[in-house]
Design a protein around this ligand. Structure first.
Ligand code: PGA
Length: 242
């Protein structure tokens, strides 16, 4: 694992965008795994600016998002599909058919999970996976538990996650209680992983995921066994790193 500590959120976002852009320069038809939430917003903003300056071309890139709320249609304002369109896809030259998210309103969720996993495999797997981390150590929506899903699955969200995500909704009762999330093996099979964390509220999760021990109670701790992981944190998120 390589650890990069940046001074603040702004420089972390800049570095993250440069790492993603380098991946695309090296492999223009890269398959990117993408994340939502507050953390990658600055990275997306920088990538859009780089695209406008002709420094990066997304025309051959394929993307797969980590997760989507179950029960929300893709055009729901709080869906991750809407988040990705508003914050990234609508501002770059990626063909819409190359952007994939699980369908939150799929009639048959088992088929949806299988199909999503299958699409990732048929594209050759993920070259570069961007991850955030939950305060409870979750990655994607793989929540701390006695066991973790290997492949894409319907998952129940923990109350801590529902509470944390309620800031995007009018109230916590509006936050969906379930989501479709890619599994741990799907993440671990990515050739390169970039995990971003910013702010003091992530410091404990970052300390636990680098403790030298692996536990399903801190899903991100499994990343310690990945052969090409970059942990990119700001000083606050990294303040408990030994
Ligand atoms: P955040 O979410 O970027 O909004 O903090 C990260 C996550 O829950 O994985």
């Amino acid at each position: 694992m390589r650890i990069i500590i940046e001074k603040d959120y702004e420089s972390l976002s800049k570095k993250a965008s440069l790492l993603v852009a380098s991946q695309i320069l090296l492999k223009p038809d890269s398959v990117l795994g993408l994340a939502t939430g507050s953390t990658p917003l600055g990275m997306y903003k920088n990538l859009i600016e780089m695209y406008k300056r002709n420094e990066v071309d997304f025309s051959k890139v394929t993307t797969f998002n980590l997760d989507e709320y179950y029960g929300l249609s893709p055009d729901h304002p709080q869906s991750y599909n809407s988040y990705m369109k508003n914050n990234f896809f609508d501002h770059i030259n990626i063909p819409p058919f190359k952007c994939h998210l699980p369908k939150g309103n799929a009639k048959n969720v088992v088929t949806e999970c299988y199909t999503y996993e299958d699409k990732i495999s048929k594209c050759g797997g993920i070259d570069f996976q961007v991850l955030g981390i939950g305060e409870n150590g979750h990655i994607g929506f793989n929540e701390p538990d006695d066991s973790l899903n290997v492949l894409t699955n319907l998952v129940d969200l923990r109350s801590q996650t529902i509470e944390a995500n309620s800031r995007f909704f009018e109230s916590s009762c509006q936050v969906p209680k379930q989501a479709i999330s890619i599994g741990i093996a799907t993440i671990m099979k990515a050739k390169k992983i970039l995990l971003l964390a910013s702010g003091e509220n992530k410091a404990e999760a970052i300390a636990q995921m680098t403790s030298g021990h692996v536990t399903t109670k801190v899903p991100a701790s499994l990343l310690q066994t990945h052969q090409d992981l970059i942990l990119l944190v700001d000083e606050q998120a990294g303040k408990l790193l030994k």
